[in-house]
Design a protein around this ligand. Structure first.
Ligand SMILES: Nc1ncnc2c1ncn2[C@@H]1O[C@H](COP(=O)(O)OP(=O)(O)OP(=O)(O)O)[C@@H](O)[C@H]1O
Ligand SMILES: [Mg+2]
Length: 158
């Protein structure tokens, strides 16, 4: 089955904020998103805006580098993971992510490529790159109907 892909360019922090909020508003229960990109590419920044789109209070979504998984309650429960400093990927198994997804949570994983074998297949991968200091490229690759819903919303708005 063929799913959607789309690349969106952000020229500013406010562009990224808009894109993130569109994602947050379009998210369906049980969606697993992987964010891939180098240090400073904007994974945490985008997650903050996704959180805003889900109605999570500003300032609550911070880089979870030292805590492996942080839950936030908005329209849906959002679990924010950062795989960068996970030393033992088996720790991911203990989080029960599949069950949380089945219960309707949304899971967003920074550096998801580092723990790919410990995650079920992603609904959506977002690859972030920084063509310049202030611009970001966001390449969306959907792998499911839930991922398609996000890509459709972002494409319609761009
Ligand atoms: N258009 C833009 N969109 C998003 N962030 C931008 C943009 N332009 C500049 N930035 C800056 O890029 C940085 C992104 O940092 P952020 O912590 O989100 O990256 P990260 O990918 O999570 O890094 P890490 O791998 O360390 O977790 C911020 O300092 C932000 O201000
Ligand atoms: Mg980060």
């Amino acid at each position: 089955m063929i799913h959607l892909s789309e690349t969106v360019i952000s020229n500013s922090l406010s562009d990224t904020a808009k894109i993130g909020q569109q994602i947050g508003q379009a998210l369906k229960p049980g969606t697993l998103i992987g964010l891939v990109g180098t240090l400073g590419a904007g994974k945490t920044n985008l997650t903050q805006s996704i959180g805003r789109g889900l109605g999570i209070a500003d300032g609550n979504v911070v880089s979870p580098t030292f805590t492996i998984c942080v839950p936030h309650r908005g329209r849906l429960l959002m679990l924010h993971l950062d795989a960068y400093r996970i030393n033992q990927p088996e720790e991911v198994d203990e989080l029960g992510l599949d069950e949380q997804l089945e219960d309707g949570a949304v899971v967003i994983v920074e550096w998801s490529d580092r723990i790919a074998t410990y995650l079920r297949p992603l609904d959506l991968k977002i690859q972030l790159t920084a063509p310049s200091e202030t611009t970001r490229s966001l390449a969306f690759t959907s792998q499911s109907a839930k991922g398609d819903a996000v890509v459709t919303a972002v494409s319609a708005a761009s």
